[in-house]
Design a binder for this molecule. Structure first.
Ligand SMILES: Cc1cc2nc3c(=O)[nH]c(=O)nc-3n(C[C@H](O)[C@H](O)[C@H](O)COP(=O)(O)OP(=O)(O)OC[C@H]3O[C@@H](n4cnc5c(N)ncnc54)[C@H](O)[C@@H]3O)c2cc1C
Length: 464
């Protein structure tokens, strides 16, 4: 048996000092040589644990084998047959806890860099060939399906349904498609040209995308059904920010991460003055939270010129929910982490601008419902951090618009829509749902997996 190669091939990245001042992509991607070197480490196990670890079931060993053999069109074909958004997934999926976690070489702490290889294949396709279309499209079924929301859940459901011969229209509230991929995740982690190329691919399959179409305002779900759509998939995400609920949170200079990131990404504040939509950036910025959204907000503030950026998190480094890679990137760039710290109140000046944040030090108690140790206030530990901007990144919930305008949908106390995990079916006739609207804020790939599951069940319902 050949000796295992445990040397994971590193991916080149911009140097921390340089990248902390620009919005260009941090990770630069493999060259063909590096990709083939990494692909060469795959041992092509007969039992394909990595495929089981992928929520959309990509035939991972097959596309890796094709890279190794230099057959890039084949690698593209294998990858795209299960995943319509590989350039996105290769960049932002938490592979470390999914396909790479189940890779046999993970036992030796050197899993194949599946995400980096996936990204390489997607980029190779974009640069070298016209987007591959399915070779034998299904016969039109004459059935019409409405997909509400164009995030990863909606795009995946739409791509799968159109490949089965149905007619699909996506209704998207914003003026661009892509959901969080467009308005939330910053350019330096996920370039918008890549998201647009993958949205264009879904449109090129024949999916119609209606922009500026807020379902629940322009038309309701019941009106869509009455209009001849035989099934509706809800993929409207969880775009409603959560706050601490302190009265002092209303001071000027305190943003929700949603608003801040939307201004930076969607409104292109980072390209001011080319785009006439700047965002105010303080000199000392505190971001409250420890997830990917907090890391993205902090790194945007740094790039936009803040002198000092803090991540303020009430648990310890071990419990940080953000991807490890992004935490390391943020630390390398100079973001200062204040662990076991929680704001008690915000302090304002005479004009009601935030000037400080009084915090408690915290300690960890017994595990709570989430399984993580509960943060407990250390009495008498108050101290003040000087700040002139605060970004609250404490998670999101679904916007109540769809639930409040759709009779017969069931929701949880968190505002998420109840749907069967195995099928995506809601309790309302002809309506399916998946992604963050069902799970609350989760991941791109779990939203895509839910879109796939629902598409299969809708197809079954329509007699496919
Ligand atoms: C800043 C940030 C960073 C993240 N980083 C990562 C990461 O690194 N890796 C990862 O895996 N996940 C990450 N996530 C989470 C991930 O982006 C989400 O889990 C995923 O986008 C959810 O997909 P979705 O399709 O369910 O919803 P969304 O992406 O939220 O898309 C929903 C779409 O529906 C539209 N919509 C809403 N209401 C209506 C309506 N009434 N009518 C019509 N359209 C409507 C919205 O405008 C939006 O375009 C991040 C999230 C954020 C906010």
């Amino acid at each position: 048996m050949a000796k295992l190669n445990l040397n994971r091939v590193e991916m080149p990245r911009q140097a921390p000092r340089k990248r902390a001042k620009n919005f260009n992509e941090v990770a630069l991607g493999y060259s063909l040589k590096l990709a083939q070197e990494e692909a060469g480490r795959c041992i092509q196990c007969p039992k394909r644990n990595c495929v089981e670890g992928c929520p959309v079931g990509v035939d991972i060993p097959d596309f890796i084998k094709a890279i190794r053999e230099g057959d890039m069109p084949e690698a593209v074909k294998v990858l795209k047959s299960k995943n319509a958004l590989p350039g996105i997934c290769g960049r932002v999926c938490p592979q470390e806890s999914q396909c790479e976690a189940t890779c046999t070489l993970a036992k030796k702490e050197a899993p194949i860099a599946i995400g980096r290889l996936e990204r390489f294949v997607a980029d190779w396709e974009r640069e070298n060939m016209k987007a591959a279309k399915p070779s034998n499209p299904a016969k039109p079924t004459g059935k019409k399906i409405a997909v509400v929301g164009s995030g990863p859940a909606g795009l995946t459901a739409a791509a799968d349904l159109i490949k089965l011969g149905h007619s699909v229209t996506i209704f998207e509230a914003l003026h661009v498609a892509g959901g969080v991929l467009m308005y939330g995740i910053p350019e330096f982690r996920l370039p918008k040209a890549i998201v647009q190329a993958e949205v264009d691919y879904v449109a090129s399959l024949g999916v119609k995308i209606e922009l500026d179409a807020v379902v629940g305002k322009l038309s309701t779900i019941d009106e869509l059904l009455a209009d001849g759509y035989q099934a509706v998939f809800l993929g409207t995400g969880a775009g409603l920010p959560m706050f601490l609920g302190y009265p002092s949170e209303n001071l000027n200079g305190i943003y929700s991460a949603n608003e801040f990131l939307t201004r930076v990404n969607l409104m292109k504040a980072y390209l001011f003055p080319d785009y006439d939509t700047p965002v105010k950036i303080g000199k000392k910025v505190a971001v409250i939270g420890g997830g990917n959204v907090a890391m993205d907000s902090a790194r945007c503030a740094l790039r936009l010129g803040a002198d000092k950026v803090y991540i303020v998190y009430r648990r310890s480094e071990v419990e940080l929910p953000a991807r490890r890679e992004e935490v390391e990137n943020a630390m390398e760039e100079g973001i200062e982490f204040k662990f076991l710290t929680n704001p008690k109140q915000f302090l304002g000046d005479a004009q009601n601008w935030v000037v400080g944040m009084e915090c408690h030090r915290m300690e960890l108690g017994e595990p709570d419902d989430s399984g993580r140790r509960r943060p407990v206030v250390k009495e008498g530990s108050e101290f003040v951090i000087d700040v002139d901007e605060v970004i609250i990144a404490l998670g999101t919930r679904p916007n109540p618009l769809i639930a409040s305008t759709t009779e017969g949908l069931k929701t949880t106390r968190h505002g998420t829509v109840v749907a069967d995990e195995a099928t995506g079916k809601t309790v309302k006739d002809k309506v399916w749902a998946g992604g963050d609207i069902v799970t609350g804020s989760a991941t791109v790939i779990s939203a895509m997996g839910a879109g796939k599951v629902a598409a299969a069940d809708i197809n079954k319902f329509l007699g496919g």
